[in-house]
Design a protein around this ligand. Structure first.
Ligand SMILES: Cc1ncc(COP(=O)(O)O)c(C=O)c1O
Length: 434
């Protein structure tokens, strides 16, 4: 049991032992992790200069947003706000999101998918996926640099075993071979494997090249065809934020749909980052075909099951934010506004690359490969990352995230382009101080 959960249980038992007995196994195991949220809270207090911990995109003026999203809140009809939305979401929004998904992923045009079901954003989609497909001791394969919340979703809540592979090859590419090897191993032991594909990746900001994506998709298809049942979960939280020319610019879901009877692709995406609407809590879960024939009956059953679990947990998502997202998708300026916001973050990503390319910090830290998303990671040569994080906060008012003993995650999504060079200079100074 996690020591944090233990402390909470002792606290409860200290007041009333019966209440502890009332908790389920899951209830007893539950805790609030100290990772990014705690570090972010500390940075909110102390990072006076640059706060590169935040998982949203900001400018000096505050959060970034699309005018068409903000505008839509001013002129809703009561019927678009007050009634319950259906458990699976507003039908028009589901259709509009599917159209957007195909526009953003042209290869999907010729492939069958379910209609997206509305979730309370991606975390909820992940939890639905875990509830639906993960049993105790099932294997969930992901790279060793992954979003820490997967531990709660898959391991803590569902009892799965998380199996990791080294994210990058020694040459600095995505380690598709390592991924496939782990899936093969797990498939031999268990015959069902859940694979998480998160591109652009949190925390590294890496998206595979078309060659790497082909290797992943062909390899998983081959393993599925050999008899292993694979649920491939595309966590597309940062979809569209592809900055390097080398990035594969469609979802992994596209490449895994319709490939094998033993391969079910699940796409999780949403307005959270794609529409700069973090607090709206609108996401989607979509299933891909597992073969060439008509799969509409399977899709409709899966959609109903998802609606069932939504009904059993939150009943339905908020109507107002679904209406706002629908309106923004219907706005003719949507794609241009989204591109303009993405361009701001792309410039910052390029600035980070330019600042680090000089090699002037290499004696203290070097960057892992990055080409997309909100973040990039540096590997520290000599200093312990948590020590550096606290020192940067206390001495320079710079907030970053320490992801393990050697790595620091920097969110360029929330630091202005003009400040990036100074920020890395301060990180370097911090290393030297220590
Ligand atoms: C990889 C990844 N998946 C999912 C999420 C959760 O997104 P949402 O806010 O839509 O629940 C995040 C948010 O930080 C993330 O980084």
């Amino acid at each position: 049991m996690n020591p944090l959960a233990k402390t909470l249980n002792e606290q409860i038992a200290g007041v009333n032992l019966s209440v502890l007995d009332m908790l389920s196994n899951l209830g007893r195991e539950l805790y609030m992790p100290k990772g990014i949220l705690t570090q972010g809270a500390e940075a909110k207090e102390k990072a006076r200069k640059y706060n590169a911990t935040i998982g949203i995109a900001t400018t000096d003026a505050g959060p970034m947003y699309l005018d068409c999203m903000y505008e839509s809140l001013k002129d809703f009809k009561p019927s678009e706000l007050f009634p319950y939305a259906p458990s699976s979401g507003l039908p028009d929004l589901r259709k509009a999101w599917k159209e957007k998904m195909i526009k953003d992923n042209p290869l999907l045009e010729s492939r069958q998918t379910s209609l997206p079901i509305v979730t309370n954003a991606l975390t909820h989609g992940l939890s639905i996926t875990a509830d639906m497909f993960v049993d105790t001791d099932d294997y969930v394969v992901m790279p060793d640099k992954f979003w820490g919340n997967y531990r709660m979703t898959f391991a803590l809540r569902r009892g799965a075993e998380i199996v990791t592979y080294s994210t990058f090859t020694p040459e600095g590419g995505f380690n598709a071979g390592g991924l496939l090897e782990k899936v093969r191993e797990c498939g031999k032991a268990h015959n069902k494997v859940i694979v998480v594909l998160n591109f652009p990746n949190n925390p590294t900001g890496y998206t595979p090249t078309p060659e790497e994506m082909n290797a992943i998709a062909n390899g998983l298809t081959e393993i599925a065809e050999s008899g292993v049942k694979i649920v491939a979960v595309a966590d597309d939280a940062y979809f569209g934020l592809f900055f390097g020319d080398e990035c594969f610019k469609e979802s992994a879901f596209t490449m895994l749909t319709g490939r094998s009877a033993n391969l079910l692709a699940v796409k999780l995406d949403g307005a959270t980052k794609e529409e700069f609407a973090w607090g709206f809590r609108v996401g989607f879960i979509t299933f891909g075909a597992t073969g060439p024939g008509d799969q509409s009956a399977m899709f409709s059953a899966l959609e109903t099951k998802v609606a069932g679990i939504i009904r059993a947990t939150i009943s339905n998502g908020p109507h107002v934010s679904q209406s706002a997202v629908l309106k923004s998708l219907r706005n003719p300026d949507f794609y241009a506004q989204r591109a303009a916001c993405n361009e701001v973050i792309k410039k910052r990503c390029e600035k980070v690359k330019a600042v680090l390319s000089s090699g002037r910090y290499n004696d203290e830290f070097t960057a892992y490969p990055f080409n997309s998303g909100y973040f990039m990671c540096i590997r520290l040569a000599r200093v312990e990352s948590e020590k550096l994080r606290l020192h940067l906060l206390d001495k320079y008012g710079v907030g970053v995230i320490s992801t393990n003993g050697t790595d620091i995650r920097v969110a360029f999504s929330s630091v202005e382009e003009k400040d990036i060079e100074d920020m890395f200079g301060l990180i370097y100074k911090g290393c030297k101080d220590l």
